[in-house]
Ligand binder design. Structure first.
Ligand SMILES: Nc1ncnc2c1ncn2[C@@H]1O[C@H](COP(=O)(O)OP(=O)(O)OP(=O)(O)O)[C@@H](O)[C@H]1O
Ligand SMILES: [Mg+2]
Length: 285
């Protein structure tokens, strides 16, 4: 028997091996107490994110999306249920994830370049000044902030601040991204460009992502799976796999009929939750 015959051929089915579970929320509930009243913000949420999956969460304001990200980041413990990362319970700040919070947390007394550079130093303490300059410039270029390196956060527009925060997070090269409305303050054209850039990066680095967005179109364009939350307490109303190929061209995808069909299907679920949320707020007034 020749040596070659001992090598088993790849299975012809094209089946890919099952991916490891990266993030897991098991029957999670969160209660908050404000002004002496306790209320349930998130209820019975079970989510499993395999490594390299891009998951998008959509739902009306106040349904608990940021609360879910806070738990995965280890900033908040669930009142019931469990949250695990790579199979281990999340009990403290999760340093394996890059978290871009809804409100940017740039240091106001530092320039754009310094905000990003400090993050690089935290990750890579032995890096020299030249290396730092090079990596910071690369990130600034990536998010389109060339020319604004020496500006302070207060001198930037809302969209520019978001982009600086994105660059600061990406310089850590995290294996997982938690993104809370990362493009909310961007104008439509820039938003499309940034979506495409982020997709390229995530696909190249094989990152796992949870994206929170109000924009259903953005969720369908970017994600492998979309979850629609109920209006509060936040539960999962429905979830759907998004079958588009990767690498993905978000610019081209939005004109495809299959895209419109999925968008419409999910919108029919989401619009009821928006209506319920408006009604709830009206009653609370
Ligand atoms: N630390 C907290 N203390 C008390 N209540 C909180 C706290 N954080 C969130 N909440 C409440 O929990 C609910 C869910 O909040 P969360 O910020 O997760 O919503 P969201 O889905 O991210 O909303 P949005 O789309 O407006 O960002 C809201 O009713 C909010 O007021
Ligand atoms: Mg939020």
């Amino acid at each position: 028997m020749s040596h070659l015959q001992l090598i088993r051929p790849e299975p012809a089915t094209g089946a890919t091996p099952a991916r490891r579970r990266k993030i897991s929320l098991d029957k999670v509930a969160v209660d908050f107490t404000t002004r002496g009243k306790t209320f349930r913000a998130v209820d019975d949420v079970t989510i499993e994110v395999p490594e390299m999956q891009f998951l998008a969460l959509v739902g009306p304001s106040g349904c608990g999306k940021s609360t879910v990200l806070n738990m995965v980041a280890g900033l908040l413990a669930p009142s019931e249920g469990s949250v695990t990362y790579d199979g281990a319970p999340v009990e403290a700040a999760n340093t394996r994830v890059g978290y871009m919070t809804q409100k940017d947390t740039l240091l106001p007394w530092r320039s754009v370049a310094d905000n990003i550079g400090i993050a690089f130093e935290l990750r890579c303490r032995k890096a020299n000044a030249a290396e730092r300059r090079e990596r910071v410039a690369e990130m600034i270029d990536l998010v389109g902030l060339k020319g604004f390196e020496r500006h302070f956060p207060a001198e930037l527009s809302g969209g520019m601040r978001k982009r600086a925060a994105l660059a600061r997070m990406l310089i850590y090269e995290p294996e997982t991204l938690l993104l809370d409305e990362p493009f909310a303050a961007l104008d439509a054209q820039l938003r499309i460009l940034m979506q495409q850039e982020l997709l390229r990066l995530v696909e190249r680095r094989q990152m796992t992502v949870i994206l929170v967005t109000h924009d259903l179109e953005e969720a369908v364009l970017m994600a492998d799976r979309v979850m629609v939350f109920t209006s509060g307490p936040g539960r999962i109303r429905t979830e759907r796999d998004i079958p588009f190929e990767r690498p993905r061209n978000a610019m081209e995808l939005r004109f495809r009929p299959e895209f419109s069909a999925i968008h419409e299907e999910l919108w029919s679920e989401l619009k009821d939750e928006f209506a319920a949320s408006v009604e709830r707020e009206r009653r609370a007034q």
